[in-house]
Ligand binder design. Sequence first.
Ligand code: PXP
Length: 246
Amino acid sequence: MTKLRLGVNIDHVATIRNARGSAYPDPLRAALLAEQAGADGITAHLREDRRHIRDADIEALMNGLTGPLNFEMAATEEMQSIALKYQPHAVCIVPEKREERTTEGGLDVAGDIARLADYIAPLREAGSRVSMFIGHDAAQIQACAEIGAAVVELHTGQYCDLHAEGRFDARDAELAALQKGAAYAASLGMEVHAGHGLTFETVGPIAAIKEVAELNIGHFLIAESVFLGLENAIAQMRHLMDAARA
Ligand code: PXP
């Protein structure tokens, strides 16, 4: 089986910085440390309201990272022009609602297929690998293939929530649906990523899905780094991913 990549999302380093309006902690510094600790890429979400990552962070990451940046963004005109300016390695299109605490559900690609096909075309032409953040629904997966997305990222938030609530039968059903979705997406020729809400406890079964090529993990790693340090938290996650894969 191919080695599973780990993308470390550093949004919440910026959340801590912004809580005090200070210049620290610096997301680029965290990203460089994450790269040294074994991250295969860095993910950052420039939200419309700039609640964590800001425009200057994207500039700093583009100039300072040694590895690839996965730029998460909503499908708006403003974000498209920022992505075209920087042409990051990957662009992950996510749904965004102002009132939500985090990205709550997957994107409705099937319901917005013509617009999203037009929307991602220039990003693809600019050389960014375009990924769509969706649920495991077959219609959504098929729509991603139809618009020419290179990657689907499957939303693992529901699986993690059900685990945290102790609803293990429902969690296992959600896991089975993610496994089926990953196999279907791969059969249509797309690369499969997964992420949202993953922790040391929940990462194993997702890492074991053979079609999954990359996991994107943020909030838990930044939270755990309070106790373990960022490098140790990443090393432990990497270890659990590799163990599940083997
Ligand atoms: N993947 C996508 C597309 C996301 O939007 C997020 C959250 O920004 C993540 C992965 C990481 O989720 P978490 O921070 O819960 O690990």
